[in-house]
Write a protein that binds this ligand. Structure first.
Ligand code: FEO
Ligand code: CA
Ligand code: CA
Length: 672
């Protein structure tokens, strides 16, 4: 698809985290402007001691700690060989003969309203906000949206995508199913006059609620060389939104802390909120993480003597939802807020199925959950809590996977053990940010390992439980995902500008970390059921000319700039794909999708595959094969000052003159 390449003025104020202030307000409730919720006294530097490396030895090895404290120079031989000249965008673009089957593109200036893909590729929207899902659903009409129409149309701000090839009977090379999250809304871009939360009408608030959740749609293509497109009226099409009933399962189901006036038994919850990343289970279901749910609840006047609301950032809300539904007022309905912040599981093949909130996986700001099997056939789920100074978790199912038994397998996330990660550095002498680690138990065999907290308390207030056992405070851990080829786990630490020099450790080695890093975990014995692991940072993001950056040892004159890694994905060869959230604010480039080989001669050679338009974030990459990549283009045109009357992006350029978040397909042109 041809896209207009227009240059538009930016008048954005960048927040510390790299996003525009509009992103911060609507998606995470200005999290960066709020106090860090984790005020526990878990140590930072102390983890070196836990690894058996004395603090003094570490300091000696690093020359008074220079390599560990301050990260002024990367001491690896490969980095020493890197030229000091800035490896420019042109340098990245000129990388030829990539083993990846494409030539990396240059970074795109942050003001460009276009999707950029490599030579030989094209792109097209698969589905956009407002596209009708059912036979009688009204077509998208920007000026005449209604709650009823929006409940049957694709939701807003697409995030995690899951693509499953095949028709309803798993037949048809040109049929498929696409499920994706609708994380949040840009209220100011959805309605003329850019109303503030206080100005939104009740009907507008209902439209906003209906635009949250999950969209599932059948897709088709004309032939193997054409792009996928949504199918209106597909048999498996479904919208899940804030009024869709969810079952609750696991040890906290029915807890007194989950009971409300609408649900006195605490086992049926309406809706899912702020669905960010996710993962496909081995049995083909869809997992989705409820992330910044706090912003929808107004806790003004609510007592919080034990700090539970504060630890989850639940303050004065700001979205105005309590005006139309009491349950979003913490004073009116104190337990409703406990019913969000879970991992949810949906069977995308059955539009009549009841989605489930799995309490066994704990409650925090779930980025997502990704699953794999242990050596003895249990399910391991890896999860990040996307907050500055929060933690990485692992769940191990009690029961084992049974091939072909979906009913059984859909119970696997209902019961099991929950752990949180503690990382120990091994010191600077080896020139690597690496070390060992352990999964600290929170719940094992149905028993709480957290002093003073019951099993259901550990699951409902997992952050407070984890604080008590001493895990490592990470730099906003987002996607945590097993690589199906090499069996290792890759975790994106997006950034953390609040980390002070006194708070750095080998696993989070940069103070004021605005560019983020990616860490590789290897479970001991290669078994996802192991309770100990080794780890190594494989990417320290930023402009490659910055001496603090590291690209797994690759020559930095040959790699692309990157910042704020957020989602990770893998192709069939096990190459690591990384999408970003925040490049406009940190490097003045559009957010993008990258690929970095993890093995062989090109190990560490980070190349840019595509970039998304001005104001947008690259989300939820699905790498179908070397010719076919799906990404969610979230919040296009989300720039401070943008309104429907002052449009900054017209992505996906379908003629309606407004930005519409869309899932897009980048595909290789036939014969290229
Ligand atoms: Fe929704 Fe953690 O990004
Ligand atoms: Ca080391
Ligand atoms: Ca994300």
């Amino acid at each position: 698809m041809t896209t207009p390449a227009r240059l538009l003025p930016l008048f954005t104020r960048s927040h510390e985290g790299g996003r525009s202030s509009m992103t911060c307000q609507y998606r995470c409730g200005d999290a960066c402007d709020q106090p860090v919720p984790n005020t526990s006294d878990n140590e930072y530097f102390g983890d070196l001691v836990a690894a058996g490396v004395s603090r003094r030895a570490a300091l000696r090895a690093g020359g008074a700690g220079a390599a560990l404290v301050g990260l002024t120079a990367w001491s690896m031989p490969s980095a020493a060989a890197a030229p000091s000249a800035a490896p420019s965008a042109a340098g990245a673009a000129s990388a030829k003969g990539s083993a990846l089957g494409f030539t990396g593109i240059a970074p795109t200036p942050a003001t460009v309203d276009a999707v950029k893909v490599p030579e030989g590729f094209d792109w097209a929207p698969i589905i956009s906000w407002g596209d009708p899902l059912f036979a009688g659903t009204p077509a998208f009409d920007f000026d005449n949206q209604t709650p009823a129409a929006q409940r049957e149309q694709a939701g807003y701000n697409c995030d995690y995508t899951q693509f499953m090839q095949g028709g309803a009977g798993n037949n048809g090379a040109h049929k498929g199913l696409l499920a994706f999250n609708n994380e949040y809304t840009n209220d100011e871009l959805m309605f003329r006059g850019a109303p503030s939360a206080a100005q939104l009408t009740d009907e507008q608030l209902e439209i906003i609620q209906a635009a949250h959740g999950i969209t599932i749609t059948e897709v088709s293509r004309r032939n193997a060389n054409s792009p996928w497109r949504w199918v209106q009226g597909g048999k498996r099409n479904r919208r899940i939104h804030t009024d869709t009933p969810f079952a609750v399962d696991g040890p906290a189901a029915g807890s007194v802390h989950l009971r409300t006036s609408d649900d006195p038994r605490g086992e049926r919850i309406l809706g899912t909120l702020n669905n960010c990343a996710g993962g496909e289970t081995p049995w083909g279901t869809y997992l989705s993480g409820e992330e910044n749910f706090n912003q929808y609840f107004n806790a003004t006047g609510a007592p919080d003597a034990d700090g539970k609301l504060k630890r989850y950032g639940i303050t004065s809300g700001g979205r105005g939802w309590e005006r139309i539904q009491d349950r979003f007022s913490v004073v009116a309905e104190p337990n409703e807020v406990n019913r969000f912040g879970w991992i949810v599981e949906v069977d995308p093949q059955d539009p009549t199925s009841t989605p489930v909130k799995h309490t066994a996986l704990g409650r925090f700001k779930h980025e997502g959950a990704t699953t794999t099997l242990t050596a003895d056939g249990r399910v391991a789920a890896y999860m990040g809590d996307d907050e500055r100074f929060d933690y990485i978790y692992k769940f191990l199912s009690k029961d084992t996977y049974r091939e072909g038994d979906k009913k059984h397998n859909m119970r696997l996330l209902s019961e099991g053990d929950l752990y949180v990660a503690k990382l120990a550095g091994d010191g600077a002498a080896d020139g690597e940010y690496d070390g060992t680690g352990q999964w600290l138990p929170l719940i094992v065999d149905g028993v709480s390992h957290v002093p003073g907290m019951s099993v259901e308390e550990v699951l409902i207030w997992t952050r407070l439980a984890a604080d008590k056992v001493g895990p490592t405070k990470m730099d906003r851990p987002e996607d945590v995902q097993p690589n199906p080829v090499n069996g290792r786990i890759y975790a994106a630490m997006t950034n953390n500008t609040a980390r002070t020099p006194g708070q750095i450790d080998e696993a989070n080695p940069r103070a004021a970390n605005k560019h983020g890093h990616v860490t590789e975990f290897t479970e001991d014995g290669g078994d996802h059921g192991a309770l100990t692991f080794t780890w190594k940072i494989v990417l320290v993001a930023g402009n490659p000319s910055d001496p603090e950056t590291y690209f797994n040892g690759y020559d930095k004159s040959e790699v692309s700039p990157i910042s704020c890694p957020d989602n990770v994905a893998f192709d069939a060869k096990g190459n690591l794909w990384i999408s970003t959230d925040g490049m406009p604010g940190t490097l003045n480039y559009c957010d993008a999708l990258y690929v970095m080989p993890l093995e062989g001669a090109d190990k560490g050679k980070l190349q840019q595959f595509l970039s998304v338009p001005v104001g947008a974030e690259t989300c939820g990459p699905t790498i179908i094969n070397e010719n076919s990549v799906i990404v969610a283009v979230q919040h296009p045109g989300e720039v401070s000052g943008a309104t429907p009357e002052n449009v900054i992006s017209q992505f996906p350029y379908r003629g309606d003159g407004q930005p519409r978040p869309s899932v897009i397909h980048a595909y290789r042109r036939h014969g290229k």
